[in-house]
Design a protein around this ligand. Structure first.
Ligand code: PMV
Length: 318
């Protein structure tokens, strides 16, 4: 028996890092997906095949590659909850570059949780999102849960660690330009770096959190009015806060300068330290991506994915 599920990646438009400290963030699912197929095996092994690596081990053995830990966690959680399942084989195909802040790990957790739940005919988005967040915690304990939420529900959302998520209505299609530094980052390390900043500068950090919150409120208004100029300005402002938190570097600063010269405004998306920047284009996002490519950036246009998690199993309400 097999079950296939897919989940989109995500981009954080505003509020990364601040969201870990209780400020709301705005995120969008993007039109690049991870597809996961899970199959029941008739021997007690877990087999994972993905572009990050392959593994095959017994039920009681730990997975060697730490990057495969979330998937191994979900597989073991499934076998211990379903005594009739001897073993599992999980195949992962991703269109999302790994480790650059576009949600490849969260989308993998969400699609894996859904394909494993689907093996027992279960498909409940809330339960899958919560399983995916538990899985992500095996590699990044302090996750705000924002990424898995965007990958599960799709569309554009605002997300608060305590308040959960709310959909942000979109007028038409929102196209954005992503530029990838090609440098992978460790979210965990960067989140710790910001925690140190917050400890050492509590007043400055508190005031930045308040300014970020006010910025997010004005961004919600820009999105309601489809005011792309102000959205670009808000990205430029958010970038100054991210620089202040110490998560930018020379490579990212240089990319931002190039991107700002062509687009309405740009900022880091995700944890920083490497990874990607995001921008609001002046015209069609594909044209901006091409112009940025001519200036040496690895850029591509993305659209907001409205579907979120998809599988062939019908949704079951709790
Ligand atoms: O792992 P990334 O690059 O997608 O960043 C996650 C966003 C953070 O706000 C830095 C952490 C979090 O859990 O929200």
């Amino acid at each position: 028996m097999t079950c296939t599920a897919s989940a989109p990646g995500k981009a954080i438009l505003f509020g990364e890092h601040f969201v870990v400290h209780g400020v709301r963030a705005i995120l969008g699912a993007i039109n690049r997906r991870v597809v996961v197929t899970s199959s029941i095996m008739d021997e007690p092994v877990i087999c994972i095949r993905s572009s990050l690596g392959n593994c095959r081990h017994g039920m009681d053995e730990p997975v060697r590659d730490p990057r495969l830990r979330p998937v191994d966690y979900l597989a073991k959680r499934t076998t211990s909850a379903s005594p009739h399942v001897e073993g599992l084989c999980i195949d992962i195909h991703s269109e999302i570059p790994a480790g650059v802040g576009l949600g490849s790990s969260s989308a993998t957790c969400v699609a894996t949780a859904a394909s494993l739940s689907g093996l027992s005919g279960m498909y409940n988005k809330d339960a899958i999102c919560s399983m995916a967040i538990d899985a992500e915690r095996t590699i990044f304990e302090d996750t705000s849960g924002a990424d898995c939420t965007a990958c599960t529900y799709g569309g554009l959302i605002q997300y608060g660690r305590d308040s959960g998520f709310e959909r942000v209505p979109l007028r038409g299609d929102l196209e954005l330009v992503i530029s990838d530094s090609g440098v992978t980052h460790s979210t965990d390390t960067l989140v710790r770096r910001v925690a140190v900043f917050a400890d050492e500068h509590p007043d400055a950090f508190g005031s930045m959190c308040r300014r970020e919150s006010a910025l997010i409120n004005s961004v919600l208004q820009c999105l309601r009015e489809n005011d792309l100029d102000s959205l670009g300005d808000a990205m430029r402002e958010n970038q100054t806060y991210l620089c202040r938190l110490g998560i930018s570097n020379d490579t990212l600063d240089e990319m931002i300068t190039i991107s700002d010269s062509i687009c309405r405004g740009s900022k880091i998306t995700g944890a920083g330290g490497g990874g990607c920047i995001i921008a609001v284009a002046r015209g069609p996002a594909n044209d901006a991506a091409r112009l940025l490519g001519e200036k040496g950036l690895d850029s591509f246009a993305v659209r907001i994915d409205r579907a979120g998690l998809k599988t062939d199993i019908p949704h079951i309400s709790p």
